[in-house]
Design a binder for this molecule. Sequence first.
Ligand code: B1M
Length: 209
Amino acid sequence: MADLQAMADAVERGDRDAAVQTVQDALAAGLEPEQILNEGLISAMSSVGEKFRNNEVFIPEVLIAARAMNSAMGILEPKLVETGVEPRGKVVIGTVKQDLHDIGKNLVAMMLKGGGFKVIDLGVDVEPEKFVEAAKGEQAQVVAISALLTTTMPNMRAVVDALQEAGPDGVRVMIGGAPVTQAYADEIGAAGYAPDAGSAVDLVTDLIQ
Ligand code: B1M
């Protein structure tokens, strides 16, 4: 029996086994992979993102929900590829040059994947040229840069400049991280700033429209 609400509940409470089982049941019952993705998995992560923004759940809950989502996606992904379902957009993400902090960046990446985007994660200490290369190679619509140090924030500007000079047409830059602000995004010419992982999904959605 396919029960998309039970699937969403399993993801939200971070129950990996139940998330995987409910996806298997839904596929066996003949539901379309896209419906399972949108109504079961993405809706669960949207709800987690909303609660995180409202301080109703915290980082550990988000991480275990994202882990359940990833396990369920492991079952669903091959079926989505078979049916040719396209991701909602492509995002290249990384932590800026000379900065090794990746916990926030990983959360943002997980929430974006949960939101149905293809995420190309370049890791930490990423040179501006690597962002440009990946954005071009993947034809990404958004480049997302994280920084946690006041000393590495200026390296974000170098990425914006490098993309303006050599990046694919129309690529938008979003930035985030504890010391980063909207004012700083405006100052360096980034298209947007998100204060947390839930808002990052909303911002990417807006940027690619
Ligand atoms: Co570092 N560190 N650290 N550190 N560290 C801070 C950031 C610091 C504030 C601690 C302090 O002094 N109070 C301070 C920075 C001070 C400053 O710049 N003004 C600091 C320092 C100084 C350093 C070192 C220089 C220490 C040293 O060696 N002397 C050094 C630098 C290394 C380097 O990067 N080159 C260093 C090293 C480290 C560790 C390696 C030990 C470790 C990182 C481990 C890792 O990431 N794998 C570490 C940690 C863990 C921290 C603290 C304690 C926690 C950071 C964190 O993960 N927060 C931090 C102090 C603190 O914040 N309390 C600190 C949780 C995470 C979920 O939040 O990353 O803010 P955050 O992400 C949020 C939002 O900001 C947003 O969404 C996330 C979820 O809501 N967000 C985005 C983040 N990226 C986004 C991108 C987006 C959108 C939203 O779009 C692109």
